[in-house]
Design a binder for this molecule. Structure first.
Ligand SMILES: Nc1ncnc2c1ncn2[C@@H]1O[C@H](COP(=O)(O)OP(=O)(O)OP(=O)(O)O)[C@@H](O)[C@H]1O
Ligand SMILES: [Mg+2]
Length: 275
């Protein structure tokens, strides 16, 4: 690898994360029967640049709605969302998204899938090829660049989708249950890979999950949402040193305290029944 090229990449990826500001945000959907479903109700949130924020909440509480609004995929009913002071109303180049299903293009190789956002932004693809390979190595897919998605397992495809999000160096990375469909071992590996990728880039992350454990392990801050209409019931700061090691973090008293606090909320609301 040429030294000068490498230096350029390091400069490119040391940009700081985006600041996100959400004020009095509400979202109501109109159903086909013409009823109104209030999914989010008056949410106020600010994300520190470079922070890792996880959102947990019961099914249907409005988590994906929040993500779609931030991604500019749907419009707000009330309130405002801004990224680095700029209002969001459509997909923004500073924002990358990873969904539960990988959404890779089957006719493109792994490398060409990762490079797609670069092509769309009309940047010099050859300059990013090295970075794409570096990302593949980081997620344990060294040498898989020329394979097609159909030749990979579900977990491998999801890793490629994460590389594709990271290559854009998004100031804000939105992830909607990215590990929901994975087996436990793959999921554990991906959690660790995500932590190390994020520690290098330090973008702002909004990570939606059903897993209280992965939220506490990964995040600087966990937001617990109420059943619909979604509001923020708890805003919990997670203070554990980084990089977090799997075994020691899971044995940490503080970790169990955080998990307990979140479970208590779900139990109090009858979402989880204590046994
Ligand atoms: N396009 C839509 N039209 C009408 N209602 C919708 C639409 N999308 C979502 N909803 C409703 O809004 C509420 C929130 O949905 P959302 O998908 O945001 O929940 P979620 O928290 O992501 O759930 P899950 O954990 O199951 O993914 C639900 O009651 C859902 O039925
Ligand atoms: Mg959802």
């Amino acid at each position: 690898m040429k030294q000068d090229q490498r230096v350029n990449f390091m400069n490119a990826i040391t940009q700081t994360g985006a600041a996100v500001s959400i004020a009095r945000l509400s979202k109501a959907y109109r159903t086909r029967e013409d009823d109104e479903v209030l999914a989010l109700d008056q949410i106020d949130l600010d994300f520190e640049p470079g922070s890792f924020v996880a959102v947990v909440g019961p099914s249907g509480c409005g988590k994906s709605t929040l993500l779609s609004l931030l991604a500019g995929l749907i419009g707000v009913t009330e309130g405002t969302i801004s990224i680095d002071g700029e209002a969001i109303s459509k997909p923004h180049p500073k924002i990358g998204v990873v969904f539960q299903s990988d959404l890779l293009l089957y006719w493109r190789t792994v490398l060409d899938n990762i490079l797609l956002p670069i092509e769309i932004k009309k940047l010099d693809v050859s300059r990013y090829r090295l970075r794409a390979e570096e990302l593949l190595t980081q997620v344990g897919l060294d040498g898989f660049g020329n394979k097609y998605p159909s030749e990979l397992s579900g977990g491998m495809r999801q890793r490629v989708a994460i590389c594709r999000a990271f290559i854009q160096e998004p100031g804000l990375l939105l992830m909607d249950e990215p590990f929901g469909a994975l087996d436990a071992l793959t999921r554990e590996q991906m959690i660790m890979d995500l932590q190390s990728m994020w520690l290098r880039v330090r973008n702002t992350v909004l990570f939606i999950t059903h897993g209280i454990d992965e939220a506490v392990f990964l995040a600087d801050r966990v937001l617990v949402m109420s059943p619909r209409p979604g509001r923020i019931d708890l805003d919990l700061k997670i203070e554990m040193p980084r990089p977090r090691q799997w075994n020691s973090a899971h044995e940490d008293k503080a970790y169990h305290g955080y998990v307990r606090q979140i479970r208590d909320i779900f139990e109090a609301k009858g979402i989880l029944v204590a046994h």
